[in-house]
Write a protein that binds this ligand. Structure first.
Ligand SMILES: NC(=O)c1ccc[n+]([C@@H]2O[C@H](COP(=O)([O-])OP(=O)(O)OC[C@H]3O[C@@H](n4cnc5c(N)ncnc54)[C@H](O)[C@@H]3O)[C@@H](O)[C@H]2O)c1
Length: 304
Protein backbone atom coordinates (compact mmCIF):
# COMPACT_ATOMS: atom_id res chain seq x y z
CA UNK A 1 0.00 0.00 0.00
CA UNK A 2 1.41 3.42 -0.93
CA UNK A 3 0.44 6.55 0.94
CA UNK A 4 0.10 10.19 -0.09
CA UNK A 5 1.21 12.31 2.82
CA UNK A 6 0.15 15.77 1.69
CA UNK A 7 -2.33 17.30 4.15
CA UNK A 8 -2.71 14.13 6.25
CA UNK A 9 -2.68 14.41 10.06
CA UNK A 10 0.51 13.27 11.82
CA UNK A 11 1.23 12.46 15.46
CA UNK A 12 4.82 12.33 16.69
CA UNK A 13 6.04 11.30 20.14
CA UNK A 14 9.54 12.31 21.22
CA UNK A 15 9.10 15.33 18.93
CA UNK A 16 11.34 17.64 20.96
CA UNK A 17 14.68 16.28 19.72
CA UNK A 18 16.49 13.93 17.33
CA UNK A 19 14.40 11.86 14.93
CA UNK A 20 11.07 13.18 16.24
CA UNK A 21 12.02 16.79 15.49
CA UNK A 22 13.18 15.79 11.98
CA UNK A 23 9.89 13.94 11.35
CA UNK A 24 8.07 17.16 12.31
CA UNK A 25 10.20 19.19 9.87
CA UNK A 26 9.40 16.78 7.03
CA UNK A 27 5.71 16.71 7.99
CA UNK A 28 5.77 20.51 7.68
CA UNK A 29 7.12 20.21 4.12
CA UNK A 30 4.25 17.84 3.31
CA UNK A 31 1.81 20.38 4.81
CA UNK A 32 0.65 17.87 7.40
CA UNK A 33 -1.20 19.23 10.45
CA UNK A 34 0.49 17.66 13.47
CA UNK A 35 0.18 16.73 17.12
CA UNK A 36 3.58 16.76 18.82
CA UNK A 37 4.34 15.16 22.17
CA UNK A 38 7.39 15.03 24.43
CA UNK A 39 8.25 14.82 28.11
CA UNK A 40 10.46 17.95 27.86
CA UNK A 41 8.17 21.01 27.69
CA UNK A 42 10.84 23.51 26.58
CA UNK A 43 12.24 21.36 23.78
CA UNK A 44 8.69 20.58 22.63
CA UNK A 45 7.63 24.24 22.68
CA UNK A 46 10.67 25.16 20.56
CA UNK A 47 9.64 22.64 17.87
CA UNK A 48 5.98 23.71 17.95
CA UNK A 49 7.10 27.36 17.58
CA UNK A 50 9.40 26.42 14.69
CA UNK A 51 6.60 24.60 12.84
CA UNK A 52 4.03 27.34 13.45
CA UNK A 53 6.58 30.05 12.61
CA UNK A 54 7.06 28.39 9.22
CA UNK A 55 3.30 28.42 8.58
CA UNK A 56 2.50 24.86 9.70
CA UNK A 57 -0.37 23.66 11.87
CA UNK A 58 0.80 22.07 15.12
CA UNK A 59 -0.04 21.71 18.77
CA UNK A 60 2.18 20.33 21.50
CA UNK A 61 1.31 18.15 24.47
CA UNK A 62 3.78 17.51 27.25
CA UNK A 63 3.38 13.90 28.22
CA UNK A 64 5.11 10.79 29.50
CA UNK A 65 4.47 8.03 26.95
CA UNK A 66 4.91 5.34 29.60
CA UNK A 67 1.50 6.40 30.95
CA UNK A 68 -1.52 4.98 29.09
CA UNK A 69 -3.68 7.99 30.01
CA UNK A 70 -1.19 10.35 28.36
CA UNK A 71 -1.58 8.65 24.96
CA UNK A 72 -5.37 8.60 25.40
CA UNK A 73 -5.30 12.36 26.03
CA UNK A 74 -3.04 12.88 22.99
CA UNK A 75 -5.34 10.82 20.75
CA UNK A 76 -8.42 12.62 22.03
CA UNK A 77 -6.81 16.04 21.51
CA UNK A 78 -5.71 15.06 17.98
CA UNK A 79 -9.23 14.00 17.01
CA UNK A 80 -10.79 17.08 18.62
CA UNK A 81 -8.34 19.42 16.86
CA UNK A 82 -8.11 17.88 13.39
CA UNK A 83 -11.05 15.43 13.16
CA UNK A 84 -8.83 12.58 11.88
CA UNK A 85 -5.44 10.90 12.30
CA UNK A 86 -3.43 9.25 9.51
CA UNK A 87 0.23 8.92 10.43
CA UNK A 88 1.48 7.99 13.91
CA UNK A 89 5.15 7.93 14.94
CA UNK A 90 5.60 6.03 18.21
CA UNK A 91 9.13 7.34 18.48
CA UNK A 92 9.94 8.52 22.04
CA UNK A 93 12.64 6.36 23.56
CA UNK A 94 15.49 6.22 26.03
CA UNK A 95 18.79 4.36 26.17
CA UNK A 96 20.33 2.63 29.16
CA UNK A 97 23.12 0.03 29.38
CA UNK A 98 25.03 -2.18 31.78
CA UNK A 99 25.51 -5.88 32.48
CA UNK A 100 22.05 -7.35 32.53
CA UNK A 101 22.16 -8.57 36.15
CA UNK A 102 23.29 -5.13 37.34
CA UNK A 103 20.23 -3.29 36.02
CA UNK A 104 17.83 -2.43 38.82
CA UNK A 105 14.08 -2.89 38.70
CA UNK A 106 13.80 0.91 38.37
CA UNK A 107 16.00 0.72 35.24
CA UNK A 108 13.78 -2.04 33.77
CA UNK A 109 10.57 -0.20 34.60
CA UNK A 110 11.82 3.05 33.11
CA UNK A 111 13.23 1.70 29.83
CA UNK A 112 10.44 -0.82 29.17
CA UNK A 113 7.91 1.79 30.29
CA UNK A 114 9.06 4.32 27.67
CA UNK A 115 10.42 2.13 24.83
CA UNK A 116 7.88 -0.70 24.92
CA UNK A 117 4.80 0.50 26.80
CA UNK A 118 5.05 3.90 25.07
CA UNK A 119 4.48 2.04 21.79
CA UNK A 120 1.83 -0.27 23.30
CA UNK A 121 -0.13 2.75 24.55
CA UNK A 122 0.26 4.49 21.18
CA UNK A 123 -1.15 1.44 19.37
CA UNK A 124 -4.02 1.02 21.82
CA UNK A 125 -5.03 4.70 21.68
CA UNK A 126 -4.56 5.43 17.99
CA UNK A 127 -5.33 2.28 15.97
CA UNK A 128 -9.03 2.07 17.01
CA UNK A 129 -9.43 5.76 16.12
CA UNK A 130 -7.67 5.21 12.77
CA UNK A 131 -10.00 2.29 12.04
CA UNK A 132 -12.97 4.52 12.90
CA UNK A 133 -11.63 7.18 10.47
CA UNK A 134 -11.27 4.48 7.78
CA UNK A 135 -14.85 3.29 8.34
CA UNK A 136 -16.11 6.82 7.56
CA UNK A 137 -13.81 7.57 4.59
CA UNK A 138 -13.42 5.06 1.71
CA UNK A 139 -10.29 6.91 0.51
CA UNK A 140 -8.62 6.66 3.94
CA UNK A 141 -4.99 5.47 4.23
CA UNK A 142 -3.15 5.30 7.54
CA UNK A 143 0.36 4.37 8.60
CA UNK A 144 2.13 3.70 11.90
CA UNK A 145 5.89 3.98 12.34
CA UNK A 146 7.38 2.49 15.49
CA UNK A 147 10.98 3.41 16.25
CA UNK A 148 12.91 0.31 17.30
CA UNK A 149 16.68 0.05 16.66
CA UNK A 150 19.34 -2.23 15.22
CA UNK A 151 19.36 -3.34 18.87
CA UNK A 152 15.99 -4.91 18.01
CA UNK A 153 17.73 -7.14 15.44
CA UNK A 154 20.96 -7.96 17.31
CA UNK A 155 22.03 -8.55 20.91
CA UNK A 156 25.30 -6.78 21.68
CA UNK A 157 26.57 -7.18 25.26
CA UNK A 158 26.17 -4.59 28.04
CA UNK A 159 22.90 -3.17 26.68
CA UNK A 160 20.40 -5.83 27.73
CA UNK A 161 17.36 -3.77 28.72
CA UNK A 162 17.59 -1.69 25.58
CA UNK A 163 17.97 -4.84 23.41
CA UNK A 164 14.94 -6.45 25.07
CA UNK A 165 12.82 -3.31 24.67
CA UNK A 166 13.69 -2.92 20.98
CA UNK A 167 13.28 -6.63 20.09
CA UNK A 168 9.83 -6.30 21.65
CA UNK A 169 9.05 -3.27 19.46
CA UNK A 170 10.09 -5.24 16.34
CA UNK A 171 7.85 -8.17 17.39
CA UNK A 172 4.98 -5.82 18.20
CA UNK A 173 5.25 -4.01 14.88
CA UNK A 174 5.55 -7.17 12.76
CA UNK A 175 2.42 -8.48 14.52
CA UNK A 176 0.65 -5.15 14.07
CA UNK A 177 1.40 -5.35 10.33
CA UNK A 178 -0.02 -8.89 10.15
CA UNK A 179 -3.09 -8.01 12.24
CA UNK A 180 -3.90 -5.04 9.99
CA UNK A 181 -3.55 -7.30 6.89
CA UNK A 182 -5.75 -9.92 8.57
CA UNK A 183 -8.68 -7.52 8.75
CA UNK A 184 -7.89 -5.80 5.40
CA UNK A 185 -7.45 -2.44 7.13
CA UNK A 186 -6.28 0.43 4.91
CA UNK A 187 -3.50 1.03 7.44
CA UNK A 188 0.09 -0.11 7.18
CA UNK A 189 3.09 -0.11 9.47
CA UNK A 190 6.87 0.30 9.42
CA UNK A 191 9.55 -0.41 11.97
CA UNK A 192 12.48 2.00 12.01
CA UNK A 193 15.79 0.42 13.05
CA UNK A 194 18.53 3.05 13.28
CA UNK A 195 22.16 2.26 14.11
CA UNK A 196 24.23 4.97 15.81
CA UNK A 197 22.98 8.43 14.79
CA UNK A 198 23.92 11.70 16.55
CA UNK A 199 20.86 12.80 18.58
CA UNK A 200 20.17 13.33 22.27
CA UNK A 201 19.81 9.56 22.93
CA UNK A 202 23.08 9.16 24.83
CA UNK A 203 21.87 11.82 27.29
CA UNK A 204 18.62 9.90 27.93
CA UNK A 205 19.12 9.91 31.69
CA UNK A 206 18.13 13.60 31.62
CA UNK A 207 14.55 12.26 31.56
CA UNK A 208 14.99 9.37 34.00
CA UNK A 209 12.62 9.23 36.97
CA UNK A 210 14.09 10.02 40.39
CA UNK A 211 14.03 6.29 41.32
CA UNK A 212 16.63 5.66 38.57
CA UNK A 213 18.64 8.84 39.16
CA UNK A 214 18.95 8.22 42.92
CA UNK A 215 20.45 4.73 42.52
CA UNK A 216 23.72 5.84 40.92
CA UNK A 217 25.45 3.76 38.23
CA UNK A 218 27.46 0.55 38.40
CA UNK A 219 30.82 0.29 36.58
CA UNK A 220 29.22 -1.45 33.58
CA UNK A 221 26.51 1.21 33.38
CA UNK A 222 29.08 4.00 33.46
CA UNK A 223 31.08 2.23 30.73
CA UNK A 224 27.94 1.82 28.63
CA UNK A 225 27.16 5.53 28.96
CA UNK A 226 30.69 6.56 27.91
CA UNK A 227 30.84 4.20 24.91
CA UNK A 228 27.28 4.95 23.78
CA UNK A 229 28.06 8.65 23.82
CA UNK A 230 31.19 8.07 21.69
CA UNK A 231 29.39 5.76 19.23
CA UNK A 232 26.37 8.05 18.85
CA UNK A 233 28.38 11.27 18.46
CA UNK A 234 30.67 9.73 15.83
CA UNK A 235 27.73 8.58 13.64
CA UNK A 236 27.96 9.98 10.09
CA UNK A 237 24.32 9.45 9.05
CA UNK A 238 22.21 12.33 10.40
CA UNK A 239 18.76 12.32 12.01
CA UNK A 240 17.57 14.25 8.96
CA UNK A 241 18.85 11.47 6.61
CA UNK A 242 17.00 8.89 8.72
CA UNK A 243 13.78 10.92 8.67
CA UNK A 244 14.03 11.22 4.86
CA UNK A 245 14.46 7.44 4.50
CA UNK A 246 11.50 6.92 6.83
CA UNK A 247 9.18 9.21 4.86
CA UNK A 248 10.21 7.48 1.60
CA UNK A 249 9.43 4.13 3.23
CA UNK A 250 5.99 5.34 4.34
CA UNK A 251 5.18 6.56 0.84
CA UNK A 252 6.31 3.22 -0.66
CA UNK A 253 4.61 1.11 2.01
CA UNK A 254 7.98 -0.39 3.01
CA UNK A 255 8.02 -2.14 6.40
CA UNK A 256 11.68 -2.40 7.48
CA UNK A 257 13.59 0.91 7.56
CA UNK A 258 17.32 0.82 8.28
CA UNK A 259 19.63 3.81 8.69
CA UNK A 260 22.74 1.71 7.92
CA UNK A 261 21.74 -1.15 5.58
CA UNK A 262 25.41 -2.23 5.32
CA UNK A 263 25.20 -3.30 8.98
CA UNK A 264 22.67 -5.99 8.05
CA UNK A 265 25.48 -8.55 7.71
CA UNK A 266 25.36 -8.93 11.50
CA UNK A 267 21.63 -9.66 11.29
CA UNK A 268 22.28 -12.31 8.64
CA UNK A 269 24.91 -13.91 10.89
CA UNK A 270 22.43 -13.96 13.79
CA UNK A 271 19.76 -15.57 11.58
CA UNK A 272 22.29 -18.18 10.42
CA UNK A 273 23.18 -18.88 14.07
CA UNK A 274 19.52 -19.65 14.69
CA UNK A 275 18.95 -21.67 11.50
CA UNK A 276 22.07 -23.79 11.99
CA UNK A 277 21.65 -24.00 15.78
CA UNK A 278 25.10 -22.48 16.20
CA UNK A 279 25.77 -20.63 19.47
CA UNK A 280 25.40 -16.81 19.21
CA UNK A 281 28.22 -15.29 17.15
CA UNK A 282 30.34 -12.48 18.51
CA UNK A 283 28.57 -9.27 17.41
CA UNK A 284 32.00 -7.61 17.50
CA UNK A 285 33.61 -10.23 15.22
CA UNK A 286 34.39 -7.61 12.58
CA UNK A 287 35.49 -5.05 15.22
CA UNK A 288 37.38 -6.88 18.01
CA UNK A 289 38.67 -3.47 19.14
CA UNK A 290 35.13 -2.58 20.26
CA UNK A 291 34.90 -5.63 22.55
CA UNK A 292 38.31 -4.71 24.00
CA UNK A 293 37.28 -1.06 24.49
CA UNK A 294 34.15 -2.22 26.33
CA UNK A 295 36.12 -4.58 28.62
CA UNK A 296 38.63 -1.82 29.37
CA UNK A 297 35.93 0.80 29.98
CA UNK A 298 34.19 -1.49 32.51
CA UNK A 299 37.50 -2.21 34.27
CA UNK A 300 38.41 1.49 34.35
CA UNK A 301 34.99 2.50 35.68
CA UNK A 302 35.30 -0.18 38.40
CA UNK A 303 38.70 1.24 39.47
CA UNK A 304 37.50 4.88 39.48
N1 LIG B 1 20.09 7.99 17.93
C1 LIG B 1 20.39 6.71 17.82
O1 LIG B 1 21.55 6.33 17.60
C2 LIG B 1 19.27 5.70 17.88
C3 LIG B 1 19.53 4.41 17.42
C4 LIG B 1 18.52 3.47 17.48
C5 LIG B 1 17.26 3.82 17.94
N2 LIG B 1 17.02 5.08 18.39
C6 LIG B 1 15.66 5.39 18.86
O2 LIG B 1 15.19 6.58 18.26
C7 LIG B 1 14.13 7.11 19.06
C8 LIG B 1 14.27 8.61 19.17
O3 LIG B 1 15.46 8.87 19.90
P1 LIG B 1 16.55 9.96 19.41
O4 LIG B 1 17.74 9.20 18.98
O5 LIG B 1 15.93 10.94 18.51
O6 LIG B 1 16.93 10.60 20.85
P2 LIG B 1 16.57 12.03 21.49
O7 LIG B 1 16.93 11.91 22.94
O8 LIG B 1 17.20 13.09 20.68
O9 LIG B 1 14.99 12.11 21.31
C9 LIG B 1 14.12 11.34 22.10
C10 LIG B 1 12.97 12.23 22.58
O10 LIG B 1 12.09 11.43 23.39
C11 LIG B 1 11.71 12.22 24.52
N3 LIG B 1 11.31 11.36 25.63
C12 LIG B 1 12.11 10.65 26.47
N4 LIG B 1 11.36 10.02 27.37
C13 LIG B 1 10.06 10.33 27.10
C14 LIG B 1 8.83 9.97 27.71
N5 LIG B 1 8.78 9.18 28.80
N6 LIG B 1 7.68 10.45 27.17
C15 LIG B 1 7.72 11.28 26.09
N7 LIG B 1 8.86 11.65 25.49
C16 LIG B 1 10.02 11.18 25.98
C17 LIG B 1 12.96 13.04 24.84
O11 LIG B 1 12.66 14.19 25.63
C18 LIG B 1 13.47 13.38 23.44
O12 LIG B 1 12.93 14.60 22.97
C19 LIG B 1 14.18 6.35 20.38
O13 LIG B 1 13.14 5.39 20.41
C20 LIG B 1 15.54 5.68 20.35
O14 LIG B 1 15.58 4.51 21.13
C21 LIG B 1 18.01 6.03 18.38
Amino acid sequence: MTMQLHGRVAVITGAGSGFGREFARLALKAKMPMALADIEPMALAAVVDEIKGAGGAAFGMTCDVSQAAALEDLAEATMNTYGAVHLVFNNAGVGSGGLIWENSLSDWNWVLGVNLYGVVHGIRSFVPRMLACAAKDPSYHGHIVNTASMAGMLNAPNMGIYNVSKHAVVALTETLYQDLRLIDAPISASVLCPYFVPTGISASHRNAPSSVASEGQTASQKAAAILSSKAVSSGKVTAHDVALRTFEAIEKGQFYVFSHPHALGNVQTRMEDILTMRNPSDPFAARPDLRENLRQAIAEAARA
